[in-house]
Design a protein around this ligand. Structure first.
Ligand SMILES: [Zn+2]
Ligand SMILES: [Zn+2]
Length: 134
């Protein structure tokens, strides 16, 4: 499936060819901090299936639990996270941040990982009062 998207301010835009089965929620503590939210949703694509159309993302390299370095890219203007990928040579996969994709409504998550650090209230979200607007 072809998707396109970009950051909030519009400086960075991209397109990608993705597999809708490869949409996953990551509950790791790094994703909680880096996204500023309870979890992050990723679309995993081989590097070759991702094409940057405009802008130049800034990169922050973090060290994961495994000790591996992981490049986190984001818009230098508005801070929107764009994707993460491995550091160094060899074939790469990009974890596109789902919220940047225009087609996100059509891409429900298919699996969840690092669930051991998931916020426990997530499973009770249905019972939390909801307002259609602010
Ligand atoms: Zn931006
Ligand atoms: Zn994570």
């Amino acid at each position: 499936m072809k998707i396109d998207g970009g950051c909030h301010c519009g400086a960075i835009t991209y397109e990608a060819e993705i597999d809708p089965e490869k949409v996953g929620i990551c509950h790791c503590t790094d994703c909680q901090t880096l996204s500023g939210s309870a979890f992050r949703i990723n679309l995993v694509v081989p590097e070759d299936d991702f094409r940057l159309l405009s802008g130049e993302p800034k990169t922050y390299v973090k060290i994961g639990d495994s000790g591996a370095q992981r490049a986190q890219t984001f818009c230098p203007e508005c801070g929107s996270p764009i994707y993460s990928t491995s550091v160094g040579d060899g074939p790469k996969f990009f974890n596109i941040r789902l919220g940047t994709a225009r087609q996100r409504d059509e891409l429900p998550p298919k699996f969840q990982y690092w669930f051991r650090s998931a916020q426990r209230w997530l499973t009770d979200l249905d019972s939390v009062p909801k307002f259609e607007k602010q």
